[in-house]
Design a protein. Structure first.
Length: 321
């Protein structure tokens, strides 16, 4: 019984010490004074949701929790120690404001009027882009886990935070989520929205060209690719589809141009060599043999491998046989 009593006394003593320490800490900035003010923009409009921080000049680590301005841009705090304080105001879209403020212990305080200066457009845009990038990174993580709907929600949130001129970057990625599911109509809708904002957005042009080529729309695909720089890498299916469309129409030179680009951009795609070999049969037999050899090296077990070997045997046969 005595041992239990000693433990209880020890606990009570500890609580008293903790409470006493809290009182001493609070007294470092508490008192009978009051701070009040209003935050506006340069036109005098109230700034709602601005963060207002007050710290004592003598001790920059001492002060109450940060305040937030109301819909009228006002803030107020009772129970502050008299003296000179440092006020810092932060609000989205504005430069940080910092200045001194005198708090009186036993008289009404002056009304602090803070006029915030807007950030430069390029700085504001950069801030939005940086904030949106966090959402894009999160969307990528969600997509990798198979949460496509969650990823799309993040993409839409990022779009809402960005200036319209920056929307195409996100719209192109959003469209790809529908392309991966085979919903080409929805992907096309989003890509056309992107190109309405920026007709030269390369990623959107390339993605829409891929959809158009798969649909067999030769003229639209070619029109889209004319806007894409020649050094850009195009999806192999896009250029192969274009090439074989020309091949089927007997337009061998045009067909070869697209297959040359496929091989240039994707030198390890077997089908590019097979299709170009078919085209070169009527243009450059020696190049056709090289194409079929490369195809067999890359895809020896392909269903077309036997056919490629037959073509190769024919092309390499001595003259007259």
């Amino acid at each position: 019984m005595r041992k239990r009593t000693l433990i209880l006394v020890a606990v009570v003593t500890t609580l008293v010490v903790m409470i006493g320490a809290s009182d001493v800490f609070a007294q470092a900035w508490s008192g009978a004074g009051r701070a009040k003010g209003v935050v506006t923009d340069q036109e005098g409009n109230p700034v709602k949701g601005a963060k207002v921080e007050l710290v004592m000049i003598q001790d920059r680590d001492t002060g109450p929790p940060a305040l937030t301005t109301d819909k009228k841009g006002k803030f107020s705090k009772l129970g502050l120690k008299g003296g000179t304080w440092l006020v810092t105001v932060n609000a989205d879209g504005f430069k940080r404001w910092t200045g001194p403020y005198e708090i009186f212990s036993h008289s009404a305080p002056d009304n602090l009027v803070v006029e915030l200066e807007p950030l430069a457009e390029e700085v504001l845009r950069a801030q939005k882009q940086f904030k949106a990038q966090d959402r894009l990174d999160k969307a990528k993580e969600l997509a990798a886990k198979g949460d496509v709907e969650g990823a799309r929600a993040e993409y839409h949130a990022a779009i809402a935070e960005l200036d319209e001129t920056d929307h195409p970057v996100v719209l192109a990625v959003l469209a790809s989520t529908y392309m991966n599911e085979g919903d080409m109509a929805k992907a096309r809708e989003i890509l056309e929205q992107s190109l309405a904002i920026n007709p030269e957005h390369v990623s959107s042009l390339k993605a829409l060209a891929a959809i158009s080529a798969a649909e067999g729309n030769l003229e639209e695909t070619k029109a889209l690719l004319t806007k894409v720089p020649q050094d850009e890498v195009i999806h192999p299916n896009t250029t192969m589809n274009l090439g074989m469309a020309h091949y089927n129409k007997g337009e061998m030179e045009e067909a070869k141009g697209y297959l040359d680009r496929t091989v240039r951009d994707h030198p390890d795609v077997p089908q590019a060599y097979y299709f170009r070999g078919l085209i070169n049969l009527s243009l450059e037999p020696t190049e056709a043999a090289a194409d079929f050899k490369r195809f067999i090296e890359l895809a020896p077990d392909s269903p077309q491998a036997a056919e490629a070997k037959e073509y190769l045997s024919y092309l390499e046969a001595p003259a007259g046989e």
